[in-house]
Design a protein around this ligand. Structure first.
Ligand SMILES: *[C@@H]1O[C@H](CO)[C@@H](O)[C@H](O)[C@H]1NC(C)=O
Ligand SMILES: *[C@@H]1O[C@H](CO)[C@@H](O)[C@H](O)[C@H]1NC(C)=O
Length: 373
């Protein structure tokens, strides 16, 4: 209709400039303005819940993903800024609402397709506390073939009575081709866990992020201290008798670092080939290298690469360029912004002596020297 009006008005416009034509033209312009502005307004209110979830992947995998999953995927180089991203969302909402208006058959907008089913996890990050488990999960879930539960489920240690269907309910929807993951660091040191996970599936892939047990224990203590300021000193908790160098292995911060003992328990239920060990130290110095190995272990194409990381020199930790689901950069060692408490050198030496045989045993078991000293 607008076009017909426009034509009728433009022809006489050339030879006769009347008051009526000006009036009609301004009417037409108002109509066009209305069309352009009004729908955008209603869309914002109507489709507020249809937030597409987007994952950024590098160009090589993007085409394949788009065809396969309908998820909102853009090549890394074409990655929009946050302003552009929100405009993109609005555009998607706009097209979807127009479809609804025209066809009367609501079709979900691109990126919001409620696809797939909730599956029990194929891979679990089982430990260890303060090793860097959160970072590994955040880094690996950039991969378009990985979907992960957002929070620690504690199913196999604290919530096992709730049953597998409860556990499945905590998982995100996935496509057939996608891997479901979760992480709960206490699994590695809980006696019942290996048996329970193998009862769910003997094919479950297990990832353990390990770190020098002495620095891990200090980091663990520092975290507890920040929540419980009246905690006894590290030395008081770590030693039964420091003069004699008798370490208190019943203290959790010490016990968690006895990796060889915990691993022995797991190897009763899982072959070593099904357990992948991530070095918490190398995760800081070479996150892309560690993530390459994790992707290989999970049978994934290497899509998470050094393009996804930058090193924040102030922080001293690597950060993700574009974390999923949040605008701020996600860095390793975020909660470690607090400085470690000072532990005297003797105590540290005593703990190193204590852990050394366990570490050597652990290196032998996994066939890799983590070089903690
Ligand atoms: C530690 O052992 C030494 C030597 O046997 C002893 O003198 C001291 O009382 C012990 N300290 C504690 C806290 O048990
Ligand atoms: C690096 O870390 C510092 C300290 O946490 C922070 O203030 C700064 O914004 C970060 N820089 C970048 C580029 O992420």
């Amino acid at each position: 209709m607008g076009c017909v009006l426009l034509f009728n008005r433009l022809l006489p416009f050339s030879h006769r400039f009347t008051r009526t034509s000006i009036g009609l033209l301004s009417l037409l312009l108002s109509y066009l303005c209305y069309c352009a502005l009004f729908p955008a307004d209603t869309i914002m209110q109507k489709a507020g819940d249809l937030t597409p979830s987007c994952q950024w992947v590098p160009a090589d995998g993007a085409k394949r993903r788009l065809q396969k999953s309908f998820s909102c995927v853009l090549p890394l180089d074409a990655r929009p800024s946050s302003v552009e991203a929100s405009r993109l969302k609005t555009d998607q909402r706009a097209s979807s609402t127009h479809n609804v208006a025209r066809n009367d058959t609501p079709s979900p907008p691109m990126g919001y397709v409620k696809f797939g089913n909730k599956k029990l996890p194929n891979a679990i990050i089982v430990g260890v506390k303060k090793g860097g488990t959160r970072a590994v999960l955040e880094f690996i879930r950039i991969h378009p073939d990985v979907r992960a539960a957002g929070t620690e489920t504690h199913f196999f240690d604290r919530n096992y009575d709730r049953g597998l269907e409860w556990y499945r309910g905590l998982m995100p929807r996935t496509l057939e081709s996608q891997i479901t993951m979760e992480k709960t660091p206490s699994y590695f040191v809980t006696k019942e866990t290996p048996h329970r996970i193998s009862a769910m599936s003997r094919d479950t892939k297990l990832i353990v992020v390990v770190r020098d047990p002495v620095t891990r224990a200090i980091s663990d203590y520092t975290q507890t201290l920040s929540k419980t300021p009246d905690l006894p000193s590290f030395q008081e908790l770590a030693f039964r008798n420091q003069t004699l160098g008798i370490v208190d292995t019943s203290w959790n911060a010490i016990r968690i670092g006895l990796y060889a003992l915990h691993l022995e328990n797991w190897l009763h239920y899982f072959p070593l080939a099904q357990i992948h060990f991530v070095s918490g130290e190398r995760l800081i110095t070479d996150p892309a290298g560690e993530l390459a190995r994790v992707q290989d272990f999970l049978g994934l194409k290497r899509i998470v690469t050094d393009k996804h990381f930058y090193f924040n020199r102030t922080k001293g930790f690597p950060c993700l360029k574009k974390p999923e689901s949040s605008g701020s950069p996600r860095c390793l060692g975020k909660s470690k912004g607090r400085t470690h408490v000072q532990i005297d050198r003797d105590a540290i030496e005593q703990l190193r002596d204590f852990y050394r045989p366990y570490n050597v045993k652990f290196y032998e078991m996994v066939g890799h020297d983590f070089k903690w000293e």
